[in-house]
Ligand binder design. Structure first.
Ligand SMILES: Cc1ncc(COP(=O)(O)O)c(C=O)c1O
Length: 358
């Protein structure tokens, strides 16, 4: 006899990308930042008083909220810090979505969304992206028809890398009666010339929640720190009713605050990654790959006809290079490759040349 709820018994859990303890592995499979966190974060870590850990942390992570408030020029009341941005996703579901409700997502999209929908016991409406990964023309109509309570939309999109404009997001939000979670895990990798900024949308659209994380641009995936930004009517129930009383710990609050206060460092690593993204896309194209245009820190690439994506994935793994293969419709002939350091990218290209015999 199982004690699990029926839907939990039936479901598969989320399959994270492989992690490895080996420093020799070139890890291009989970979209981590290849550069270390800022020196200010390192200093803050050195300065932590071990005795202070006797006390509970600030329940609402006040210093972090102040830092995020300054960075985004928005009231601290409109910010909720979370234990990784994955926690924000879970809070949004448990706070706003009934088990009988429908959640809409794009397909393909972040593979955690369907898992969270199953945990909550929700229906999932998957709206297929076009073959070139753009949004279908009738997206709003499909969304309306799904009667979804919540739309989860990654921007820049994952695992594809494309960027939706704020004008498009405003149009969707204006026509939709449910909530929209804009998952901006990768937003810091968008070219600044595009002047993408969704935060002003919060003034005109009270149904938008923006997700941010320190895992990518701030090189702190191991810390587990993210946050949500929205109107107070959306933040308050999560902040005061559904989150755990101390959902972020004291050490992570201190380091996350130091990271935001030294955001210029993250801007520099993101600029390097953007530059290397263009170089890597060009080199991969020359080798017969077809990388989708990306505003993120990864490239989703069709592989050359001469080799299977799984085979290439395996052969790279044998050479200690991890990339991401998705055993999923429309992705089985592709690999998602995170942008590494310049030298990691060169090792990758040399290994691919070798494997392809070029
Ligand atoms: C699209 C997207 N959203 C959210 C997350 C969660 O990030 P974290 O929980 O590390 O903040 C990820 C992690 O890879 C992601 O790819």
């Amino acid at each position: 006899m199982s004690f699990e709820r029926q839907n939990i018994e039936k479901m598969q859990g989320y399959a994270p990308g492989e992690q490895t303890g080996s420093a020799a592995t070139i890890k291009l499979n989970t979209n981590e930042n290849p550069y270390p966190p800022s020196p200010e974060v390192a200093n803050a870590l050195q300065s932590i008083d071990i005795g202070s850990l006797r006390r509970y942390p600030s329940p609402m992570a006040d210093s972090f909220r102040q830092a995020a408030s300054r960075l985004h020029n928005i009231s601290a009341d409109q910010i909720i810090p979370t234990n990784g941005s994955d926690e924000l996703l879970r809070l949004v579901l448990t706070t706003f979505v009934e088990p009988s409700d429908t959640i809409a997502v794009c397909k393909p999209s972040y593979s955690l969304y369907p898992v969270l929908a199953e945990i909550q016991g929700c229906q999932l409406a998957e709206i297929l992206l076009n073959d070139d990964w753009t949004m279908p023309e009738d997206f709003s109509e499909q969304l309306q028809k799904s009667a979804a309570k919540l739309l989860m939309l990654v921007n820049p999109q994952a695992p594809t890398g494309g960027l939706l404009s704020t004008a498009y997001l405003a149009e969707i939000a204006g026509k939709f009666s449910g909530l929209i979670l804009i998952d901006e895990a990768y937003v810091d990798f968008v070219d600044p010339e595009l002047e993408y900024n969704s935060i002003p949308l919060l003034k005109s659209h009270e149904n938008i929640i923006i997700l941010r994380t320190l895992s990518k641009a701030y090189s702190l995936a191991g810390l587990r720190f993210g946050y949500g930004i929205a109107a107070r009517a959306l933040i308050d129930p999560m902040m005061f009713k559904t989150r755990d009383s101390y959902n972020t710990d004291q050490i992570s609050q201190i380091l996350a605050t130091a990271a935001l206060n030294s955001f210029q460092y993250a801007e520099q690593t993101c600029a390097r990654i953007r530059k290397d993204r263009e170089v890597l896309a060009k080199q991969l194209s020359e080798l017969g790959f077809s990388p989708a245009p990306s505003q993120s820190n990864f490239l989703l690439c069709g592989v050359p006809e001469s080799i299977d994506a799984t085979k290439l994935y395996q052969q790279l793994k044998q050479r200690n290079i991890l990339v991401r293969y998705f055993d999923q419709d429309r992705l089985r002939d592709k690999l998602r490759i995170s942008i590494g350091t310049e030298s990691e990218n060169s090792v990758l290209i040399a290994a691919i040349r070798d494997i392809l015999g070029q």
